[in-house]
Design a protein around this ligand. Structure first.
Ligand SMILES: [Fe+2]
Ligand SMILES: [Fe+2]
Length: 375
């Protein structure tokens, strides 16, 4: 199923039950917040008094009880579902839920707690002067390649076929929606920064060719690997930190207040993409896969060598010149991206080097079969 078809399928209403008018998603709850939320989303907003009774207290209670929002399965899954009401294609639900006061309040409450944790834990970096070149070079310095273990290097050199598939499953949480989270920032910017972001996004969205949209290239990689490209098909197997990495960019994109962080986050993504994608393409070639599988990674080797310049100088740097007060948030966004993705990568490498799966395997996920091994 391609992305368009799966989105269409996700919008199909179930008529099998009067009570649950919308289809259950292909993933399950991880605690009281996601449990009540998923149950409520199967019914129309008209039933909210009943289905979301006590919900804000349940959210407040879960937030009060967690010491680590980034690693909290229930809260991160709930935030992904709530952001999904804006993206579409995550849960089949009454579209009125997008701006229902209860879902908006829950989204903001979880985001605020997540942001507080990051503001506490993200290492402080010196803010450069509010000049485009200075901001770009500070971001390049922050994101410069480091020797030592990395997920991309592991895939290039030693990952098994199974581990390479796990990588694709983990990455799919964001990449099947690439780069929608950053698009939220477009109307929240102006002038040079806005023009830069639009220039990057034109490539991300295929430059007018839907089949070249990066999300579509990744969906094809999944299908070629024999994996299901429907959004959320493997979400049950994905740990909280990987979901947190995706939620982070959605939170930055959806809050105008955080437009500096969104720009810094995106610059850091573009700056840490070209080399790792070369290694990822090499890894899949080493495992015997052809261009149908590696196209997504190969595309990013060249594209992001250009994007990192635009994102550093014109998006983040341009924004800093337009709004000097945002420089520290630009650096915060970049550092937060590296911290959260670093946590997720560390966890993946720990599991792999210990000979374990990086997925939540208790969910019994089937990662498909190599096409050339299908009889
Ligand atoms: Fe891309
Ligand atoms: Fe890019």
């Amino acid at each position: 199923m391609d992305v368009a078809e799966s989105a269409a399928a996700a919008g199909t209403r179930s008529t099998s039950s009067d009570d649950d008018r919308f289809q259950a998603p292909p993933f399950t709850a991880r605690g009281p917040v996601s449990e009540q939320l998923l149950a409520a989303l199967r019914r129309p907003t008209a039933d909210a008094d009943e289905t979301l009774a006590g919900f804000s207290a349940t959210v407040a209670d879960a937030l009060a009880r967690t010491a680590d929002v980034a690693r909290d399965d229930d809260l991160q899954l709930s935030l992904l579902i709530l952001h999904g009401l804006h993206y579409g294609g995550v849960v089949d639900a009454d579209e009125e839920w997008e701006w229902h006061p209860e879902t908006v309040a829950a989204r903001v409450a979880i985001e605020r707690a997540f942001e507080r944790q990051l503001r506490d834990q993200v290492p402080g970096v010196a803010a450069p002067p509010a000049e485009a070149e200075a901001v770009a070079s500070a971001l390049f310095e922050l994101t410069k390649p480091t020797p030592g273990p990395s997920v991309a290097r592991f895939i290039a050199k030693q990952a098994t076929d199974e581990q390479a598939r796990e990588y694709v499953v983990l990455r799919s949480v964001y990449t099947l929606k690439e780069a929608d989270a950053q698009t939220w920032s477009i109307p929240r910017l102006s002038g040079r920064a806005k023009a830069a972001l639009v220039e990057i996004q034109a490539d991300e969205y295929g430059g007018g060719r839907p089949e070249r949209m990066h999300s579509a290239l990744f969906a094809r990689t999944m299908r070629e690997l024999g994996l299901d490209d429907a959004y959320g098909a493997y979400l049950d197997a994905v740990p909280a930190l990987t979901i947190a990495s995706f939620n982070l960019m959605g939170m930055f994109g959806l809050n105008r207040r955080l437009r500096g962080a969104s720009a810094g986050h995106y610059a850091s993504y573009e700056m840490t993409s070209s080399l790792p994608n070369r290694m990822l393409g090499d890894g899949f070639r080493r495992l015997g896969y052809g261009t149908e599988v590696t196209d997504y990674f190969d595309e990013h080797v060249e594209a992001d060598a250009v994007h990192e310049q635009i994102a550093g100088r014109d998006l983040a740097g341009g924004l800093a010149e337009q709004e000097p007060a945002l420089v520290s948030d630009i650096m915060f966004g970049a550092t937060a991206a590296m911290l959260v993705d670093g946590w997720a990568a560390e966890r993946t490498l720990e599991e792999w080097t210990a000979g374990r799966s990086a997925l939540r395997r208790e969910r019994g996920i089937d990662l498909g079969t190599r096409r050339d091994e299908v009889a």
